[in-house]
Write a protein that binds this ligand. Sequence first.
Ligand code: DQA
Length: 154
Amino acid sequence: MNTYHVLVLHGPNLNMLGMREPGHYGASTLADINTMLLELGDQLHCELTTFQSNHEGELIDRIQQCALEEPAADGIIINPGAYTHTSIAIRDALLAVRRPVIEVHLSNIHKRESFRHRSLLADIAIGVVAGFGAQSYALALRGMAHHLKQQTGA
Ligand code: DQA
């Protein structure tokens, strides 16, 4: 059974989960979410690296690094936070590293303010999961594991 390496990126303000607008984002902290993902990753034969930053450039650096480091990431799961709606630079970085990407949101961005309806990443992602709270990440990881397994014929 192959092991897949998946980079999980959390964008700005997601370090505030647990205290930040719980009506939209739930009660789980980012540490809770990462722990849940690492456990699920074990079941799915995925080794995860998690990274959070409030800075666009740091997220871009981490995306670039994931293609160069050893082991390189096979796929990227990203909740870009508000950069979803603004960042051509994150889009370009994701395109540059040529890895499958899944976009994640805790909240259903399509049910919220109109400025959240547009994503600059969704059309380059293999899939988007939104609206299931912390479970959005778990669903994304299941989707990524399935995709990588299919891709490698394992
Ligand atoms: C979010 C949705 C974004 O619009 C918002 O800016 C966030 C979180 C989500 O997970 O629902 O920071 O990405």
